[in-house]
Design a protein around this ligand. Sequence first.
Ligand code: FAD
Length: 485
Amino acid sequence: MARLVILGAGIAGQTAALQAKTRLSSKHEVVVISPNSKWNWIPSNIWVGVGAMRPEQVTFELAPVYKKTGIYFHQARAVSIHPDGDQSTSNPFVTIEYTNESRKGETEKISYDYLINSTGPKLNFAATKGLGPEFNSLSVCTYDHAAKTFSALNELIQRMKKGEKKTLLIGVGHGNCTCQGAAFEYIFNVEYLLRKNKVRDKANLVWLSNEKELGDFGIGGMHIKRGGYVTHSRIFTESLYTERGISWITQAHVKEAAPGEVFYETLDGAEHSIKNDFAMLLPPFSGVGLKSFNKQGEEITKDLFAANSFMLVDADYSKKNYSDWKSSDWPSIYQNPKYKNIFVAGIAFAPPHAISKPMQSPNGTSIFPTPPRTGMPSGVMARQIALNITDMMEGKADRPTRHASMAKMGAACIASAGANFFKGTAVSMTMYPIIPDFETYPDTGRQLKYTTGEIGLAGHWIKHFLHHAFIYKAKAKPFWRIIPE
Ligand SMILES: Cc1cc2nc3c(=O)[nH]c(=O)nc-3n(C[C@H](O)[C@H](O)[C@H](O)COP(=O)(O)OP(=O)(O)OC[C@H]3O[C@@H](n4cnc5c(N)ncnc54)[C@H](O)[C@@H]3O)c2cc1C
């Protein structure tokens, strides 16, 4: 018997757990450790944030799914990894702390033969003074945050209906944020909702971001072929903002979210502030802060994790100038270089470098997006990792044979721009590869044939369909395996 332990039950963890369980013979165990009793289809939190969905529509209880599929579940957070065991055992194990009511605070050691770390991001609000729902800004990162944000938005709309004018600031709350796509979806959904409520003329809607220019999205922007012309995503995105009367501030590092006012520095080193009545600013991400210890109990966290707490994998982490970056720097099997039975799926792996060009203000402040790891690549890499591990557990391979490099992977991203079955829209983008490859595609870094961008109603229908399809799949309902990542 061998045991696969999966930390985290998000998009990556759930994909890995279901894929592994269906491929392993019954003598092997799949164990999932995750602190939340619920699974959350995070992309639809945007719709919770504008009242188009309720939290119950974007979540479901995990325990019944695991019971049905024969996966062991501990509602707990992983605290530390002991890859060589400790003084009492040579078996590797993780230490967990239960979060469910009946065992809250209890700790336990769970041994593993293979480990997948798919713990996603820590929402690092603390990196910016006053940032976050506990303090002076709002978020849509979790379904709870999104529900709270909608309450604040709805209250504001009621005031606008009485004739009050309001400034709404939406974007990212630190110079090193990622996830601009999610904030982009939110500002367009808010704009749609304001129009629907006939208060658009009462709202000053402002985008605030660390991108060098609109349309960067943390992937260095992209070139799209449209109507015979090659257009940069900056032009496409600027025209969308202009059409909807949304003004924008880019190249900004938020230093403080104070009550009613946000202070930021721009790439030219200047200090600014903007007064607002509503600030939805996404936080920067880091790893969740797992620690690691050797057999003697000495801390070896640096052997497994980068300084930002994301886990080290088979990437080229050597310090290089931007001009020397190569798409081959990116990992393809997501295996920890030191401990070959530890793998990382989804946001939890440490990228070798950014995708957007690093920039600093004259004050030395880094202001550029860190790389996104969106749902589709997170799911694809989780599936490939799970298949590699199951092959090794079943004795069919002695090392990982499948690859899932973001430099050789395409991605589709549908960004909602208003949720309505007849009047809604969404921006549908595809790109290949995700990591630009200037050796193969010297002009734009990507294959133009597969790099596209369109806005329209059909995109909204697809986004809505995907919401149901991915929740269906995560619930392991009949034929779930035919739904791609
Ligand atoms: C608002 C928003 C909208 C988005 N929209 C899109 C979109 O439209 N399309 C798209 O492709 N991507 C979108 N994304 C990105 C997408 O959500 C992520 O790419 C995806 O969730 C990453 O999957 P993951 O499994 O790595 O992390 P997550 O889905 O965050 O899962 C992490 C899991 O680990 C658990 N965990 C945390 N700490 C521990 C611990 N100590 N021990 C054990 N478990 C732990 C968490 O509870 C969770 O279950 C969006 C993100 C946000 C925030």
